[in-house]
Design a protein around this ligand. Structure first.
Ligand SMILES: Nc1ncnc2c1ncn2[C@@H]1O[C@H](COP(=O)(O)OP(=O)(O)O)[C@@H](O)[C@H]1O
Ligand SMILES: [Mg+2]
Length: 135
């Protein structure tokens, strides 16, 4: 697969979650990991709106999908703020959701760049599901 990259801004309000998911669906249509990518972008877009300055009136966030020969990189750039992403572990009880825990489970790798002026939460997915190898 050739390398490509697309980015799109979305308004920081609830309808954009579906729009961001559709953006990813359209880009990854036919890929075996489209379902995982849709889930991840939904979680990250929801977080950008709920937990960062992107959710303020006039706020926005940027979704990027980048294809590499064997993997996809998905990133959501928000407008920052005082809170930073943290994974709730099951041992931490019922407080908080499980969005980033789900992202960390689905992704080959994930992370956060940036600071209170803007953060990118990113995840990498294999473009093909891993197959068992016998050697
Ligand atoms: N983009 C973000 N900007 C700032 N804080 C974030 C962001 N994403 C997640 N967080 C923080 O990490 C926590 C865990 O996120 P998540 O696992 O998605 O659970 P939930 O969104 O249901 O609280 C959030 O409660 C929030 O405090
Ligand atoms: Mg969340």
């Amino acid at each position: 697969m050739s390398a490509w990259r697309f980015s799109r801004y979305f308004l920081g309000s609830a309808p954009s979650i579906t729009e961001a998911r559709r953006f990813v669906t359209a880009l990854l249509r036919g890929s075996p990991i489209v379902g995982e990518a849709e889930l991840i972008v939904s979680e990250l877009a929801t977080n950008a709106i709920r937990h960062s300055a992107s959710g303020r009136f006039g706020g926005r966030f940027l979704v990027t999908v980048q294809a590499h020969p064997d993997r996809f990189w998905l990133g959501v750039l928000d407008e920052g703020g005082p809170s930073s992403p943290k994974v709730f572990r099951p041992s931490m009880g019922a407080e908080g959701g499980r969005g980033l825990l789900l992202v960390s489970t689905l992704a080959l790798d994930w992370g956060v760049w940036g600071d209170d002026r803007g953060r990118t939460v990113w995840a990498v997915l294999r473009s093909q599901p891993q197959t068992a190898s016998c050697s």
